[in-house]
Design a binder for this molecule. Structure first.
Ligand SMILES: NC(=O)c1ccc[n+]([C@@H]2O[C@H](COP(=O)([O-])OP(=O)(O)OC[C@H]3O[C@@H](n4cnc5c(N)ncnc54)[C@H](OP(=O)(O)O)[C@@H]3O)[C@@H](O)[C@H]2O)c1
Length: 245
C-alpha cells in the first residue's frame, strides 16, 4: 500500500485501515507507542542504531521498565530494524528518539526514506548535562521541530504528544477528566490531518488544538520546563493541561 508522495489519508473514512508505522526510538515512548499501534492491528517496526545489539540489551529500561531484550521477547508482533530500514518501510513515522540525538537519527534514517512521510515528532530538546531539572538545548527563536523540518524539508513534520508522559499519549482516558488537551503543529495541513486522525481514532484524544505552523513547536517544547517542575511538585507524571474556553 503506497501512501508516499503527496497522497493523503481520507479523514472521513469510517473504516479502520491498518497502516505501516515506523517508530524511531526504542525507549519508553517508542515502546509505548509501538505496543498501542500493534495492539490495534497496525504493522509496527521500531528503529534503532544497531538492531542486533539492541535485541541483546539486558540492562533494565528507564523507570524500572524491563530490559529491551525481555520487552522484545514479549512483543513478538513488533519488528526491529535500522533507522533507515524503519523509515523506508513505513507509511507514517514517529520520532521517539532522544532530543539531543534526533537530528542524527533522521540523518541515519535518510532523507530519501523520509521524503513525503508524515512524521509525528514527540522529541523534546532536553539537556540534562547540568543535572535536574534539565534545560532546553534550543528555545525562544527556534525549536527542535523546526530544526528537523529545516534539515529534512521533504518530511512532513507534525509536532505532537511531547507535552504528556508516554502512558497518557496512548491512553488519555486514564485520567478521570479525559477531555484534556493535546496540541499539533506543522507546515503541512494534510499531515496534521493524518496525525489528528491517529490521535483521535487510535489513541482516544478528544480535544486536539492545531496551533499552526511548525514554529509553534517553540511553545509546546518550552512547556517542558514547567512540566518537569509540575512532575516534581505532584510526584506523578499522570497530569496534563486542559484548556478551558
Ligand atoms: N518518556 C516520556 O514519557 C516522554 C514524554 C514526552 C516526550 N518525550 C520525548 O520522547 C523522546 C523519547 O523519549 P524516551 O524516554 O522514550 O527515550 P530516550 O531515552 O530519550 O531516547 C531513546 C532513543 O534515542 C536514541 N538515541 C540516543 N542517543 C542516540 C545517539 N547518540 N544517536 C542515535 N540515537 C540515539 C536511542 O537509540 P538506540 O535505540 O540505538 O539506543 C533510542 O532509540 C525524547 O525526545 C523525550 O524527550 C518523552
Amino acid at each position: 500500500m503506497d501512501r508516499g508522495g503527496s497522497t493523503v489519508y481520507l479523514l472521513d473514512t469510517t473504516q479502520e485501515v491498518p497502516m505501516k508505522f515506523g517508530i524511531l526510538g526504542t525507549g519508553t515512548v517508542g515502546r509505548t507507542i509501538a505496543r498501542k499501534l500493534a495492539s490495534l492491528g497496525h504493522e509496527v517496526t521500531m528503529g534503532t542504531r544497531d538492531p542486533s545489539a539492541t535485541k541483546g540489551r539486558s540492562e533494565p529500561g528507564a523507570w524500572g521498565a524491563p530490559s529491551f531484550a525481555d520487552w522484545y521477547a514479549a512483543n513478538t508482533d513488533i519488528h526491529l530494524a535500522t533507522f533507515a530500514d524503519t523509515a523506508s518501510g513505513a507509511e507514517v513515522l514517529v520520532n521517539a528518539s532522544s532530543g539531543g540525538a534526533s537530528l542524527a537519527v533522521f540523518e541515519a534514517a535518510g532523507a530519501a526514506n523520509l521524503a513525503g512521510k508524515v512524521v509525528l515528532d514527540i522529541a523534546n530538546p532536553l539537556d540534562f548535562s547540568n543535572g535536574f531539572p534539565p534545560s532546553l538545548s534550543v528555545s525562544n527563536t527556534d525549536s527542535l521541530g523546526e530544526q528537523i523540518q529545516r534539515a529534512f524539508p521533504e518530511a512532513r513534520i507534525v509536532k505532537t504528544l511531547n507535552t504528556v508522559n508516554a502512558d497518557l499519549m496512548v491512553n488519555p482516558a486514564s485520567l478521570a477528566d479525559g477531555d484534556h488537551t493535546m496540541f499539533v503543529c506543522g507546515n503541512d495541513a494534510d499531515a496534521k490531518g493524518v496525525a489528528t486522525r491517529i490521535l483521535a481514532e487510535d489513541f482516544g484524544w478528544k480535544d486536539i488544538v492545531d496551533l499552526g505552523d511548525i514554529t509553534q513547536a517553540r511553545g509546546t517544547e518550552m512547556y517542558l520546563p514547567l512540566w518537569v517542575r509540575l512532575y516534581g511538585k505532584l510526584g506523578t507524571a499522570a497530569f496534563n493541561l486542559k484548556l478551558v474556553r
